[in-house]
Design a protein around this ligand. Structure first.
Ligand code: GDP
Length: 313
């Protein structure tokens, strides 16, 4: 039941609202404002929150609410709930929950690699987003499922990027390719992909450069690597703490390369990850995994309901 999935602070606020004798437009607005506050604190984009509020008001029958309801009668109607909450408020909660789930569902599934058939997956994201770590997590996850993954380090921008990938790959016993001397990321990416196709790897993962901020040179490089390697999937990696900047960042990548899925990292931290809604809206692609720690196996399939509960918490 949706109430059980709502975050703590929202549940408490709703319970308090249930002390009102009449459910009217003011109570509905108070309820929505409380939810709005929680969502903005969770870094959900202001525009998405505002659109959601408008939609909810369309769904909820304001005339019914404005007419007021008999408290006792309604409490009896919802005896099934463990806490006394007015039925209209339950309806509002369900509508909010469903709206948020809908925002996170772009309507088309992400590409999934097939065993025995070579697929190329290109990772993009800003420096520090957790891209290199996530490449290995993604490879390791699929290796455990019986795939034959390989890692290519086409990040020639960050000193130490190749060593980091090499170390992670060695630990997971995953073949890797990169160079200490070659400075052309396109060349490395193409050579790596060709080599691993010949070696019958079925999941070739290309790690790319990042920058601390969005820069034209980065997007041009991403465009070139994508054009040269023709990835089956471009994965956008975002840090859950990125906040309101998520929409612009995701959109900038989408304008350069065909982003087809999103991974949200550092979900073990304090951030609620509301930027993920922006990333889905900007790229029209689903979130497929979340990173929940620095270790290789701290990686989970994205599950929309617990994620939305956390946003509302
Ligand atoms: P890149 O510059 O995008 O390639 O980022 P890195 O993969 O080097 O990661 C940057 C930092 O974030 C490193 O210290 C990682 O260990 C850390 N990191 C990556 N993913 C996660 C995660 O899911 N949780 C936590 N706590 N740290 C992470």
């Amino acid at each position: 039941m949706v109430l059980a999935q709502l975050g703590g602070s929202i549940s408490r606020a709703l319970q308090q609202m249930s002390n009102a004798t009449i459910i009217d437009e003011k109570v509905l607005n108070d309820c929505l404002n409380e939810i709005t506050r929680a969502l903005l604190q969770s870094d959900v984009q202001f525009k998405l929150v505002r659109d959601m509020q408008t939609n909810i008001k369309k769904i909820v029958n304001l005339d019914d609410l404005a007419a007021g309801h008999n408290k006792r009668k309604i409490i009896q109607q919802v005896k099934a709930f463990s806490i006394p909450i007015y039925w209209p408020i339950v309806g509002v909660c369900e509508a909010v929950f469903n709206e948020l789930c809908t925002i996170l569902d772009p309507g088309k599934p992400a590409f999934t690699p097939k065993k025995g058939k070579p697929s190329v997956v290109m990772f993009v994201g800003l420096q520090g987003s957790g891209k290199t770590t996530t490449c290995t997590k993604y490879a390791y996850y699929h290796q455990k499922k019986g795939y034959k993954p390989a890692l290519v380090c086409a990040d020639t921008f960050r000193a130490g990027a190749f060593d980091q990938l090499k170390q992670n790959a060695t630990k997971a016993k995953i073949p890797f390719y990169g160079s200490y001397t070659e400075s052309d990321p396109v060349r490395i990416a193409v050579e790596g992909v060709e080599r691993f196709k010949k070696e019958n790897c079925d999941l070739i993962i290309v790690d790319t450069s990042g920058r601390h901020k969005q820069e034209a040179a980065l997007f041009e490089e991403m465009r070139q690597v994508s054009e040269a390697t023709k990835p089956d999937l471009v994965l956008f990696v975002m840090d859950s703490s990125i906040g309101q900047a998520a929409f612009d960042q995701a959109q900038a990548f989408k304008q350069s390369v065909p982003v087809g899925a999103v991974i949200v990292t550092k979900m073990d931290g304090h951030a609620k990850g509301g930027g993920a809604l922006s990333a889905v809206a900007a790229t029209k692609s689903p979130v497929i995994f979340i990173g929940t720690g620095e270790h290789m196996d701290e990686f989970e399939i994205f599950d929309v309901k617990p994620f939305v509960s956390r946003l509302l918490g």
